[in-house]
Design a protein around this ligand. Structure first.
Ligand code: BJW
Ligand code: ZN
Length: 244
């Protein structure tokens, strides 16, 4: 559980901050019923990363990769943003200089109303052509197992950043600005092992920000942050923005 005094310290820092950046991972959506990747019930317990989340896997067996994404799309379509997603969207409307960096591809932050957001690992509701590169939102359209581009007939792929692929430079620039200039960085529900996001807490810390982590478990970043609040995102995040 989060100790009362640590919670109070983070609340005070947030209340005094003009520039706030939030970094989220799968743990924030765990409270909405979306599976995380690592840990006891994580996706990587039953699926091998190298079979599904690399460009090589897609080249080898695009049908298998699309089957997995279609299964996840069906699952995520049944989920709603929780109190933590909603509290972050509310904070964006209150804070003059705010940026949300999410590693999540489920779109729940946008569903909750967040607009100032970089989805650095992509979005499961978008598809991209491997030929002409056009990206389309196809949330309401079921994806056939081997979808092809209506413009150039090349294979379509999920608009997701797989291991070994570079993140979009526009996103990296927005993240860099948000990390270099924030007064407070909140790191919520990420295991902190996947780079470059795993390095974001130390970037903000070195630039002088107050950094707080919210997670039921400790992570590789726990020792460098100013405060670790141990608990679930949906319980703790709404408390952070209540009046002091
Ligand atoms: C709760 C909770 C509750 C539970 N409330 N919390 C530098 C050093 C070493 C390696 C590299 C490096 N730079 C790049 C690499 C290679 C690689 C990498 O990082 N590998 C490491 C694993 C070692 N990175 C990349 O390839 C990245 N590309 C890149 O950097 O390009 C340049 C480059 C390439 C190659 C070499 C060098 C440079 C791309 C990374 C793309 C990651 N994509 C994925 C999968 C996409 C598939 C999909 O979603 O469809 O994105 S991996 C997967 O992990 C997914 C997630 O976004 C990401 C992070 O996971 P996250 O969110 O932290 O989830 P979990 O499950 O790990 O943790 C959940 C946490 O929640 C836990 O801590 C729980 O305790 C907590 N929790 N319930 C709050 N209720
Ligand atoms: Zn095309």
């Amino acid at each position: 559980m989060a100790s009362g005094s640590n919670l109070g310290i983070v609340k005070q820092r947030l209340a005094a901050a003009r520039r706030i950046t939030v970094l989220t991972g799968a743990g924030i959506s765990a409270d909405s019923g979306v599976p995380t990747f690592r840990g006891a019930d994580g996706l990587w317990r039953n699926y091998r990363v190298e079979d599904l989340a690399t460009p090589e896997a897609f080249q080898r067996d695009p049908r298998l990769v699309w089957e997995w994404y279609n299964w996840r799309r069906e699952l995520i379509a049944t989920k709603q943003p929780n109190e933590a997603h909603k509290a972050i969207a509310k904070l964006e409307r209150r804070c003059p200089d705010f940026w949300l960096i999410t590693q999540n591809v489920d779109g729940l932050h946008r569903d909750a109303g967040s607009q100032k957001v970089s989805e650095i690992h992509g979005n499961i509701w978008k598809i991209r052509c491997t030929g002409c590169g056009v990206v389309e939102d196809n949330r309401d359209v079921p994806v056939p197992l081997l979808p092809s581009c209506p413009r150039c007939e090349a294979l379509l792929r999920p608009h997701i950043v797989w291991f070994g692929e570079s993140l979009c430079t526009v996103d990296l620039d927005s993240c860099s600005r948000a990390l270099q200039h924030c007064d407070v960085l909140l790191v919520i529900g990420t295991s902190g092992v996947v780079y470059p996001a795993a390095g974001f807490a130390s970037v903000a810390k070195e630039a002088g920000a107050f950094v707080a982590e919210i997670n039921p478990d400790s992570t590789p970043q726990s020792s460098l942050v100013d405060v670790s609040l141990q608990g679930r995102a949906k319980d703790l995040v709404p408390l952070l923005f209540d009046p002091i």
